[in-house]
Design a protein around this ligand. Structure first.
Ligand SMILES: C[S@@+](CC[C@H](N)C(=O)[O-])C[C@H]1O[C@@H](n2cnc3c(N)ncnc32)[C@H](O)[C@@H]1O
Length: 184
């Protein structure tokens, strides 16, 4: 497999393990400026949460997912008081958390599965006090997607609700984007 250096443009041949390490490291680098209480929305097997566990400024991580089987993949973390798995649907967010009780929300490859996006934007605006870090992909008319909001439309929805938003297209992440939303 070949990976192009983003700084000098040189193409380097790397094995699969090295490529995965490079790729994961690059994803994780977008989730460094966090602290306090975190919600990992649609946590899955804990790809983001597992990385965040080492961040000393983070006190608690809630991993929320509709798939109860995630619990089995997260047992190494649920034994630690810093991480808690919540079996719930994103549509129930406002019932699971009280208003303004989360410092940051993180998600990767989850937004496209949200059906009621208006409810999502309203809920996270009520629950999250500092910032949102959202990575995902958008492929128009992809049959797996439960909504068709483009990254630009997602940004607009956050802005309408008073968030200060930055959007970065990710050319190295298939049809990918990263959104950072902070309080004004
Ligand atoms: C592609 S996986 C990403 C998992 C993880 N964020 C990661 O980076 O590896 C999407 C996850 O979102 C969860 N999910 C999708 N729709 C959901 C919903 N409505 N409520 C809660 N979780 C949901 C799925 O169960 C799945 O674990």
């Amino acid at each position: 497999m070949k990976i192009r250096c983003p700084r000098c443009g040189t193409e380097n041949v790397v094995d699969q393990k090295a490529a995965a390490y490079y790729y994961n490291h690059r994803i994780h680098s977008y989730f460094n400026d966090l602290s306090g209480t975190i919600l990992d929305l649609g946590c899955g097997g804990g790809f983001l949460s597992r990385y965040l566990m080492d961040n000393k400024r983070i006190k608690v991580i809630y991993g929320l997912d509709q798939d109860e089987a995630c619990n089995d993949q997260l047992t190494d973390m649920t034994v630690l008081s810093k991480f808690q798995f919540l079996h719930s649907d994103i549509a129930q967010l406002s019932k699971v958390f009280a208003e303004q009780t989360l410092d940051f929300l993180v998600s990767r490859d989850v937004f496209m599965f949200i059906e009621d996006t208006d409810r999502y934007f309203d809920d996270v605006t009520n629950l999250v006090t500092s910032g949102i870090r959202q990575m995902g992909w958008f492929i128009s008319q992809n049959e797996r997607m439960k909504n068709q909001l483009t990254p630009e439309q997602i940004v607009e929805e956050y802005r309408k609700r008073g968030w200060n938003v930055y959007l970065e297209p990710l050319e190295w992440y298939k049809s990918g984007y990263f959104i950072r939303a902070d309080r004004q």
